[in-house]
Structure formats: structure tokens, C-alpha cells
Design a protein around this ligand. Sequence first.
Ligand SMILES: CC(C)(COP(=O)(O)OP(=O)(O)OC[C@H]1O[C@@H](n2cnc3c(N)ncnc32)[C@H](O)[C@@H]1OP(=O)(O)O)[C@@H](O)C(=O)NCCC(=O)NCCS
Length: 191
Amino acid sequence: MTGPGVAWPRRAGQLELRPPTRVDLDGVLSWRNRPEVTRWLLRTTVEPEAFAKAWLDAVEDPDQHAVVAVLDGRVVATGSLDVHDGMGQFDGDVWRRSEGLLGYLVDPAYAGRGFATDIAGALLDLAFHELGLHRVTAGCFADNHASWRVMEKLGMRREQHGVRDSWHAELGWVDGYTYAILAEEWASPGA
Ligand SMILES: CC(C)(COP(=O)(O)OP(=O)(O)OC[C@H]1O[C@@H](n2cnc3c(N)ncnc32)[C@H](O)[C@@H]1OP(=O)(O)O)[C@@H](O)C(=O)NCCC(=O)NCCS
């Protein structure tokens, strides 16, 4: 959200990141349901109104940092960092709201230009340098090479190779990966 301690817009390479407006989301919807985008997503085709509402609701939620990425006035990608509880014994509470879950989508017309890596890097900066999170994770289908390359380029570690743990509507049970990085492992280029 735009609230406590988090200032927008911010740069991510050539991109400007900021919370979405309804007009921005219509821009996202012009490419969001294309087959090359939905192929490896868990939420495949989305219903436009529900999609827009969920993103606009996220803007109001202090634990969701959901942004669009703008290049020359055009929305070319989205990014999200959702804060949630880590694992921990109930004797303390340092694990509460200690983890982030990262997500990104790029308009296929702008793929392969490093934009997902720039967006994810900016969200890791936010997670570790501003929100004080302990750990950030992200998951993908094992066959989504472009997605796990983004995570590896950022120094994230493949912590789980789930064997046929993930259901794909066309392919059936397929392998999934979970990646993670800790605050002390994150060193952004500018840090
Ligand atoms: C996955 C996605 C976010 C990548 O965005 P992007 O801006 O193209 O990513 P980047 O340019 O930062 O990096 C992509 C990397 O994957 C590589 N890559 C791209 N397509 C690939 C493929 N088919 N096989 C192997 N590697 C591939 C690129 O070469 C690059 O790695 P490199 O720099 O080592 O060469 C984008 O393709 C997308 O939105 N896909 C649809 C939605 C999706 O799958 N989101 C992730 C859900 S987990």
C-alpha cells in the first residue's frame, strides 16, 4: 500500500513502480489473459472486474505491496510483495510478519529485457531495507525457466524441488520450485 513508511513511486532500472489506478489495471488487462502469460500462472484467466478489485483492495492493505511498472507512460509489468508470518514458536513473536512472498508478471511484448529482474530487485530492496523482513520466498513451476532465472539472477536459493507437487491444468502433476533469500544474503547493486 501507499501507507506507513512506504513511499511511491520508486525506480526499478528504467521502470517506475507505483500502486495501480483503475486505468493502469485496464492496461494490465490488455495482456494479462494472453496464453503466453497464463501458461505458468496459478491464477490463469482472470475475470476483469474481480482482478481490478483485488488489486485496488491490495493498495489499501498494509501487508500487500502491489505495484504496476510503467515505461514511457505504458504499464508493462506488475509486481507484488505480500507480507505474512514466518514459522516460529508461540513463546515469541519475531516471526510474525517476518516473511514476504514475491510475484511478477511482464507484458510479453516487453519480456526478455530484464524488467522482471529489476522489479523483483526493487521489491527485495523494499522488503529488506525498509520493511525489515527476515526472508522472502517465491514459487514457480519447474518448467517456467524465465521465472526461476529471474530468482537465480537475484541470488535467491532454490530451497525446494517439489516432485510432481504442482497441478497444471494441461500437463497434470508437474514439478515445482520454491526459492528464498534472507535479509543477510541480500546485497542490491546500490547497497
Ligand atoms: C517470467 C517473466 C516474469 C520473466 O520476465 P522478463 O522480464 O522476461 O525476465 P528477465 O528479462 O528479467 O529475465 C528472464 C530470464 O529468463 C531467461 N529466459 C526467458 N525465457 C526463457 C526460456 N524459455 N527458457 C530459459 N530461459 C528463459 C532470459 O534469458 C533471462 O535470463 P538471462 O538474463 O540469464 O538470459 C515473464 O516472462 C512473465 O511475466 N511470464 C508470464 C507470467 C509468469 O510466468 N510469471 C511468473 C510466475 S511464477
